[in-house]
Design a protein around this ligand. Sequence first.
Ligand SMILES: C[S@@+](CC[C@H](N)C(=O)[O-])C[C@H]1O[C@@H](n2cnc3c(N)ncnc32)[C@H](O)[C@@H]1O
Length: 306
Amino acid sequence: MNRTWAEVSCEIPADMVDLVADYLVEVTGNGVSIDNLELDTFSLDTVEESSVKTVRAYFTPGEELDAQIAELAQFLHENAPAFGAGSIPPPRVAMIGEEDWATGWRQHFAPTRIGSHLVIKPTWEPFDSAPGDLVIELDPGMAFGTGTHPTTRLCLEALEEIAASLGAAPLEVLDVGTGSGILAIAAAKLGARRVVGTDIDPDAVVVAAENCAMNGVADAVELVTTPLEAIPGSFTVTLANILAEDLVRMAAELATTVAPGGFLVLSGILCEREEYVINGFVPTGLSFQSARHGGEWSCLVYRRGA
Ligand SMILES: C[S@@+](CC[C@H](N)C(=O)[O-])C[C@H]1O[C@@H](n2cnc3c(N)ncnc32)[C@H](O)[C@@H]1O
């Protein structure tokens, strides 16, 4: 499908990058790219970190776009003083094709080690793996989930720890909101005997299928767009890296997918929304195990009694 995206660029003080990137990820559900402003050199040796950076995000063009850009401009304006900026230029909007969006990611994606054994590696980067490494090759394509975002990283760390704690017990994993398929691929590489990835976005499922094939786990991962209640069976681990509001809305359905003694890992939660999610999961009867944090993000682990 040849889709068009609204590429929205914000030139902001470097210290403000994390705040704005998190805001844009939350609003778009996609990743962002971050550039130094105007690298006017042909020698990388002379490149210095710029005090001004450009954060780019990708919105779906449509009726809501103007309002979303106005809200973004207001967000930048309100937060600028805290970062010593008198004023910030209004966000720039450019319409681009899907190809350009996918390629833009490549400059900002490097091999990343996560937990004890997992390594996320772009397909175009060489990497010498160590014994025991579980390497996931990923082309981020058009779906969220490159391993660089804290919400993904926290899920991967939790999954690896849970898998280790289960020892020889069978690992069966449901990945709700699979995006690029990164968590499903990790589950398969960790030895899960059943992995199901589900996403409401059919484009994400296509990308996830390609990524599974590239990682040699196409046969081990079932990818679907069906609602949770239509997925048969229950799982030793259910992972859901979606937004706090969706997690709470889907609390009962998510809990139902967890087998006796199994775990539920919730991610995509801004720390300020952690309590809201914890309260939302009280009625499920699952027992709260732990919270882990990365940047502004929280990841909650629950367990069903045996
Ligand atoms: C933040 S991405 C997570 C991608 C990947 N699992 C990771 O951890 O990096 C969220 C994904 O969830 C999907 N999603 C959002 N709401 C959903 C829902 N109710 N059911 C299934 N997928 C959903 C989105 O389409 C998107 O691909």
